[in-house]
Design a protein. Structure first.
Length: 417
């Protein structure tokens, strides 16, 4: 693999950029692997990368039914933050945020992580109390988060309307300055390129259609649209399709799948300096480097595998955005789309072993898993390689829905992007 550097860039500039070559191979599946990852999103590719890099497992494959990054990784609004309430959540999201900070250097690939600050607006007394509680809890965990008055919030984000006559007036905000955005598909590509260079087979257009188990109950391999592949370890990282795949091994998951939408405006010059989220009105917004306003909505209220959400959800979101930022009222929306998110009852992920020997699962990131990509892959790789959960992943077992040790970010945040 050719490294990106100033020297190679200059060289290629004189060569019309003809010499870069493919960034990863397109191998045929082998008969068997030491481990197989199902799902070529950011989480699956990160898992493969850390399996190869930190645990020396090179004879592994990532199987993707479409193209890598074509699932939620390529559909999300790229908000990154770690200011979650509970200790377990703060630990895993902060682990991810620390990895984000050095990821471009680690992968030698520009993932365009931009720590432009994520500001979460409070619109009522409950929001104020809840966000202040987050600020205090985060500080105890060494996670940066600070409280801003409405005037300070406007100073940080000048387009914000802080008039007191709004239906949802801004009563303050919690700001995580290290929060921000990254380029979603670059994350998938960067991990794919790094994993491929260490010998990992990334196999696209290869759908897993079954999981074969032996007489002992342990996994023996996966049935795919490109034939049977033998393996003693399977890591399922398939976001909205986790339940479907796990059912093939006879495991019923505590998950519901919902469509979640996002939309972008026509591109304009830089007008929006940070990320703003409003949980109460269910809208969040940032500006991409291309100039589009990137806007996200809440989930539809009904379960579905459709990758389009209800139009009323997007309309409601745009109403809220126009009230908070009246100058955007005249802008046109360019396109919208949806992704299928898998949601657990406490809105925290499941990472770990399953009742089936050799079968591991990483899912339930719901509306907020992009920010976790590096940390999730890192701890899941450890879990697969060692057969035991990484200490940071240990609380996120499936078993918590039996024991009652929930990590209730649903009640804590109302929304988790
Ligand atoms: C509109 C929207 C906005 C969001 N905004 C944010 C945000 O701002 N911040 C944030 O942190 N998170 C956000 N999220 C959530 C985030 O996108 C996801 O949690 C995260 O991307 C999940 O990554 P993944 O790699 O697990 O899933 P995916 O990227 O979905 O990867 C799973 C892959 O599995 C593949 N697959 C499925 N079934 C099979 C099969 N049978 N065989 C082989 N492959 C299969 C799929 O094709 C897919 O590529 C948002 C999600 C959506 C939809």
């Amino acid at each position: 693999m050719r490294r990106f550097s100033l020297l190679t860039l200059l060289k290629e500039a004189t060569n019309a950029h003809q010499g870069w070559g493919r960034q990863w191979r397109a191998p045929e599946p082998k008969v068997g692997y030491d481990a197989v990852i199902v799902g070529g999103g950011g989480h699956g590719l990160a898992t493969a990368y850390y399996l190869a890099k930190e645990h020396g497992m090179r004879n592994i494959a990532v199987l993707e039914k479409g193209w890598i990054g074509g699932g939620n990784t390529g559909r999300n609004t790229t908000i990154i933050r770690s200011n979650y309430l509970y200790d377990e959540s703060a630990a895993i999201y902060e682990h991810a945020l620390k990895l984000w900070e050095g990821l471009s250097q680690e992968l030698n690939y520009n993932v365009m992580y931009s720590a432009r600050g994520v500001m979460m607006l409070a619109h009522n007394v409950h929001d104020v109390q809840s966000f202040k509680r987050h600020v205090y809890a985060n500080r105890l965990n060494g996670v940066d988060n600070e409280w801003l008055t409405p005037e300070e919030a406007k100073e940080f984000c000048p387009p914000l309307n802080i008039s007191k006559r709004l239906r949802y007036p801004v009563m303050g905000a919690a700001l995580q300055r290290r929060g921000g955005t990254a380029r979603h598909d670059a994350v998938a590509w960067g991990y794919a390129r790094g994993a491929d260079a260490m010998g990992v087979d990334i196999i696209q257009n290869c759908e897993v259609t079954g999981i074969r188990r032996g007489l002992s109950g342990a996994v023996e391999g996966v049935e795919t649209t490109r034939g049977f592949i033998r393996t003693p370890r399977i890591g399922v990282v398939a976001a909205g399709h986790t339940s479907v795949i796990m059912e093939k091994a006879g495991v019923r998951m505590p998950l519901e799948s919902f469509p979640l939408q996002a939309l972008v405006s026509e591109p304009v010059k830089p007008v929006f300096p940070c990320v703003v989220m409003s949980n109460a009105v269910h809208a969040y917004i940032s500006q991409s480097d291309k100039g589009e306003l990137v806007i996200g909505a809440g989930t539809d209220q009904y379960v579905s595998y459709s990758q389009q959400g209800g139009i009323h959800i997007a309309t409601h979101t745009l109403d809220a955005i126009c009230e908070l930022f009246p100058q955007f009222t005249r802008m046109r929306m360019l396109r919208n789309w949806g992704g299928i998110v898998d949601v657990t009852p406490d809105r925290s992920p499941i990472i770990g072993k399953t009742p089936v020997q050799g079968l591991f699962v990483n899912c339930g990131w719901g509306t907020g898993g992009f920010k976790a990509t590096p940390g999730s892959g890192h701890v899941f790789a450890h879990t697969i390689a060692k057969g035991e959960p990484h200490p940071i992943a240990a609380p996120f077992t499936m078993d918590r829905f039996r024991t009652g040790r929930l990590i209730d970010e649903a009640a804590a945040a109302a929304v988790a992007h």
